[in-house]
Ligand binder design. Sequence first.
Ligand code: PLP
Length: 280
Amino acid sequence: MRVLALLDGTLADPDSPLLRVDDLGLMRGDGVFETILVVNGWPREVDAHLDRLSRSAAMLDLPEPDHAAWRQAIQVVLDNWTGGDEFALKLVLTRGVEGGDGTPTAFALGMDIGEKVLRQRVEGIAAITLERGIEPGLAERAPWLLLGAKSLSYAVNMAALREAERRGAAEVVFTTSDGLVLEGPTSTVVAVTEGTLRTPPATLGILPGTTQAALFRGAERAGWVTKVEPLRVADLRAADGVFLVSSVRKITRVHTLDGEPLTDATALHTELNAFYESEY
Ligand code: PLP
């Protein structure tokens, strides 16, 4: 099922054409997006997603997103969703049409969550490490690279996932050239060792995750320690558990890294899920 709403609060038919062929989001991937998880009618982390939409838009010099209008579009999708208990709600904002008056293209689209992701939440995944070629300090030195913006240019991320599939895995952990852990193509990496949750800092040029933030809040309330600090691939191998977390996949356990089994983190996974869900 899909429900499509425009920023003026009107519903649109998701099966009918909406964009012009010269939309810069389509022509150049020139725009930003967010994906929100909705559970039992409640969208999770809306403020954090809208703040990150604004942050990404600012990085691309797009007009400041109108949060009230986005909230209205989100509500229209919620009001008209008649599908399953959980769905993904995607917000898309592009630079509009080539040579136009600068009016962005914007819509909110509710979509079912794929079977594959639902299965992976339960069964866990095999991941491989792949280089992303980001040096320390690059994000700050070269803002035009848009490192850490959630832009529509995800072709590289999708290519990495296809490379993982070619190598018999389902997911990817991106690394810098010198072996620092970055993030997944659509997820944040969290490693757990002796009651401490760790994730790499966004200053490396990665997306600050809303799910990771919620998980860390929940874990801290339960008395666990959380740290945002650089991680190496060797730290993942030595960890009690490695997880890829994102709005749609929630907390997904990595059971195999680069073909090697990781420590069985099934019980830890249950604990982390409870921390995350305790936030809602
Ligand atoms: N990193 C990247 C590159 C992503 O695309 C995503 C989400 O899609 C995340 C991290 C996780 O972000 P969130 O937990 O806010 O969904």
